[in-house]
Design a protein around this ligand. Structure first.
Ligand SMILES: [Zn+2]
Length: 325
């Protein structure tokens, strides 16, 4: 496994540290979810465990083969039991036991933990103990989409590596391969706010269709359609994505409304609709709606269980009111 093409500079820096034995015992890799930091972390794990590494793990030694087969005695992976749940203290206690043992056949031990901001308080406190007394040849790799939500005492014990939004040129060849052509690659990269993995996810299959539907709803609302009737066209399971697009489009609107410039617009195909909305709306109201959308998304992510259909309708009613105010 290798890092993605846009991660090569960061990879060189981190490998350089490892090769000079300057590696800390804990890293926190942070950055938006669609930048591919999991793959980077896995490539790094493989290289740390590899017995004959070059720039990357060799892929052929006994250690690499064990890793490929899905079990390595010197690797412990800690993740929530289910997506969206918190990491519990018993998982972290496993890490403490693991750290207390000696690495098999010498070499490094790696504890891979994600998401670092998704632990119970008890789990985070248990982890602190290991981070303070990690033993030799032990590397903790923690991943966080939003590091500010991780416990400060955990953050401060890790060396932080931040994944920034890559330049278009760094990810364009990869995106072209995934999405088929240059035009789609550029378009979805911008829609995804520069996150390549997210661009591929949004630009394919049902996600691609969802954006098309939302665009049609946007057009209909600008023409004066009834929002509750429009809500019926949208799958309520997609609420989180609907709000994600709502936020992105509002941010576009605010950029356009404040500066009048189009260079920073992420959804250029919506420009005619934005212009119409800018003519009718007021920036203050867009900020208010933006807060509403962010709050609803936060509630959804926190697993509080709002009535999705109701939130969807309420969102479109507000969005429509803003387009016509
Ligand atoms: Zn190897």
């Amino acid at each position: 496994m290798k890092p993605f093409p846009w991660q090569h500079a960061l990879w060189r820096q981190i490998i350089d540290l490892a090769d000079r034995n300057r590696f800390p015992h804990a890293l926190m890799l942070s950055g938006a979810g669609g930048l591919g930091k999991e793959q980077f972390a896995k490539a790094l794990t493989a290289r740390m465990l590899c017995r004959t590494p070059g720039e990357f793990a060799c892929g052929e030694c006994r250690s690499c083969r064990m890793l490929t087969a899905g079990h390595h005695p010197n690797l412990l992976t800690i993740e929530p039991a289910e997506k969206g749940r918190l990491i519990r203290v018993d998982s972290v206690r496993e890490a403490n036991d693991f750290v207390a043992q000696t690495a098999q056949q010498g070499g490094y031990r790696v504890i891979y933990l994600q998401p670092a901001e998704g632990m119970t308080i008890a789990a985070a406190n248990a982890l602190l103990k290991s981070l303070e007394e990690p033993g030799s040849n032990t590397l903790f790799i923690l991943l966080a989409d939003i590091p500010s939500r991780a416990l400060p005492t955990i953050r401060s014990r890790c060396q932080r590596w931040t994944f920034a939004i890559p330049d278009e040129a760094e990810c364009l060849p990869w995106l072209r391969e995934k999405l088929g052509n240059d035009e789609d690659a550029r378009f979805w990269w911008r829609v995804a706010g520069g996150q390549p993995l997210l661009a591929v996810e949004l630009g394919q299959g049902e996600s691609r269709q969802l954006r098309q539907t939302l665009r049609e709803v946007f057009e209909a609302l600008v023409r004066g359609a009834e929002p509750v009737a429009e809500a019926a066209r949208i799958d309520r399971q997609a609420l989180s994505s609907v709000l994600w697009y709502g936020i992105a489009w509002l941010e576009d609107l605010i950029r356009l409304g404040l500066s009048g410039e189009t260079a920073q617009i992420r959804n250029s195909d919506l420009l005619p609709l934005y212009r119409q909305a800018v003519k009718n709306g007021r920036v203050r109201d867009w900020f208010r709606l933006l807060d509403y959308a962010r709050e609803q998304r936060r509630l959804l992510a926190a697993g509080s269980n709002p009535n999705a259909q109701l939130v969807l309708e309420s969102w479109l009613v507000r969005w429509a009111a803003l387009l016509r105010s």
